[in-house]
Design a protein. Structure first.
Length: 68
């Protein structure tokens, strides 16, 4: 899984199962933002996995809700 941690300059700093990875924003879909889950296409491009992104965001909201 590749998750956008932050945007710095012209790159998305991503967390993967194997550590950190820098991806040029020019290679990613427009509007990509922190917390988006990225999936690689067979052709080597990227797309935002909306279902996985939504699932991770909902899980994070539940965890925060438990703390308060």
């Amino acid at each position: 899984m590749t998750v956008v941690d932050r945007i710095e300059g012209g790159f998305a700093v991503c967390e993967t199962d194997n550590g950190q990875r820098l991806l040029p924003l020019a290679e990613l879909p427009g509007g990509v933002r922190e917390g988006d889950v990225l999936a690689e296409t067979e052709a080597g491009g990227w797309f935002v996995d909306r279902l996985a992104t939504q699932s991770r965001r909902e899980a994070a909201r539940r965890r925060v809700g438990i703390l308060f």
